[in-house]
Ligand binder design. Structure first.
Ligand code: AMP
Length: 423
């Protein structure tokens, strides 16, 4: 079968790396891809936002499955448009992708279906939003309703911080994404990411992972798309996995089916493990980035039959096997990220870094220029490693990081170290 992956980040590189290893794949394409993805498959200069072009490419290249990496095309209905053209695609429909596309929708959905989450209010005007903040008190969390690429959440320590966030967001700070805000209670606890493969009816848990969202060591600095991740996540014991499946994931899949928007694809539940049990912070409708990178390193089974089983609604009785080793990924970003940063600096030493045992380097934002690899984004490389333990994977990943010569880049030196459950 021919497969087309949509996206251009480290998540899509990890997916391309894993899918390229499948004996079921004849030709593999990725649009638009990056310089690292170009080593796994053929990259195509195609904008995933242009659904008509994606459809005509898929038809002319006899694509049997389109794998959609990021949330934006899913929320824009690419899976519906491909289906209408008779092309199979992995990922939720536009209606099902609202779980991520609208935080207000997701909160109302949780409330209606008794899925544990923080108490909240929805507001389109500043005055009632501010009086809600005064009633609930700080700390409190202000969120833009729509997709904001990780920039739409303010965890406010004081009421005045919350008021500033309300003014910024409702004042058009994030354009249409913040025309409405959700304000919710602050949840204390340990965060974890939970992933399940869903076929509209059945949900199958994937391996667990945990990421590091802040830019700097010791969980300091601004929130980012993610500066590193590791798997397994020690918070996700067998008992906690059972609770998350019973209290959050299965009720979600059942309720989506009941409302006529069956959920197919990867369901990513961002969780807070509180004293009362697991609570949902947010839904995402695709693999996490960089969590996907560590999951793909640990996945022993062929990914392609799993994606097909989820798409075709036959996940029941399906099984995936994972290597027992730990995996860890360190994100190398351009200095200045998540704020302004420069593109075009040259990266050297990648071959030596990739030669460290157990290491895979996934590219998140690179392009090739005159035979050299140059930075082409905020998050640029995902230096990833397997190891017998988390500490072993960590040592290998940082050995590889230290072989990379890129003065214009930076990374956290404590990926995996600050976990409360570090080995
Ligand atoms: P989100 O984009 O919804 O995942 O939020 C980004 C980050 O903000 C999360 O990873 C949490 O660290 C934090 N956060 C979001 N909602 C809450 C909440 N209700 N209580 C505490 N922290 C939160």
């Amino acid at each position: 079968m021919n497969i087309l992956i949509l996206g251009s980040g480290g998540r899509e590189h990890a997916l391309a790396w894993k899918i390229a290893a499948s004996p079921l794949v004849e030709r593999l394409y990725c649009a638009p891809g990056n310089a690292g993805i170009a080593r796994e498959c053929e990259v195509v200069a195609l904008d995933p936002a242009d659904h008509a072009l994606v459809i005509s490419f898929s038809q002319s290249h006899k694509i049997g499955l389109v794998v959609v990496g990021p949330e934006a095309p899913l929320c824009a209905g690419i899976v519906d448009d491909l289906a209408q053209a008779g092309i199979k695609a992995f990922g939720p429909s536009r209606a099902a992708a609202r779980l991520e596309g609208s935080k207000g929708f997701a909160k109302d959905f949780c409330k209606a279906n008794r899925i544990p989450t923080a108490a909240y209010g929805r507001f389109a005007a500043a005055a009632p939003a501010k009086s809600y903040v005064r009633v609930r008190g700080a700390p409190i969390v202000v969120k833009a309703d729509g997709l904001a690429a990780g920039k739409g959440v303010v965890v406010a320590a004081t009421e005045s911080e919350a008021e500033t966030a309300i003014d910024t967001m409702l004042g058009g700070g994030l354009r249409a994404a913040s025309a409405e805000v959700v304000i919710e209670d602050y949840l204390a606890g340990e965060e974890a990411s939970f992933f399940a493969l869903c076929d509209g009816e059945t949900a199958m848990p994937l391996a667990s992972a945990q990421d590091h969202k802040r830019a700097f060591d010791g969980d300091k600095g601004p929130n980012t798309g993610g500066m590193g991740a590791f798997s397994p996540a020690p918070a996700m014991t067998a008992e906690m996995t059972r609770r998350v499946m019973d209290e959050i994931v299965r009720p979600t899949v059942a309720a989506m089916k009941a409302m006529g928007a069956p959920y197919r694809g990867v369901l990513y539940a961002g969780l807070m493990i509180t004293a009362e049990g697991p609570k949902l912070i947010e839904y995402n409708v695709r693999f996490g980035d960089p969590e996907c990178q560590v999951l793909m390193l640990r996945l022993m089974s062929d990914l392609v039959p799993a994606l097909l089983a989820a798409t075709d609604g036959v996940l029941r009785n399906f099984d995936l096997r994972w290597v027992p080793e730990a995996a860890l990924t360190v994100v190398m970003a351009a200095k200045g990220y998540p704020g302004d940063y420069a593109k075009g600096s040259v990266i050297e030493g990648l071959d030596a870094a990739g030669a460290v045992e157990g290491v895979e380097i996934f590219h998140a934002g690179t392009r090739a220029e005159d035979g050299r690899i140059v930075a082409n984004g905020g998050r640029v490389l995902n230096v990833s490693a397997l190891g017998k333990t988390l500490a072993h994977a960590q040592a290998r990943a940082y050995e590889a990081v230290d072989r990379i010569r890129w003065p214009e880049g930076f990374c956290r030196r404590d990926i995996g170290f600050f976990s409360a459950w570090r080995p």
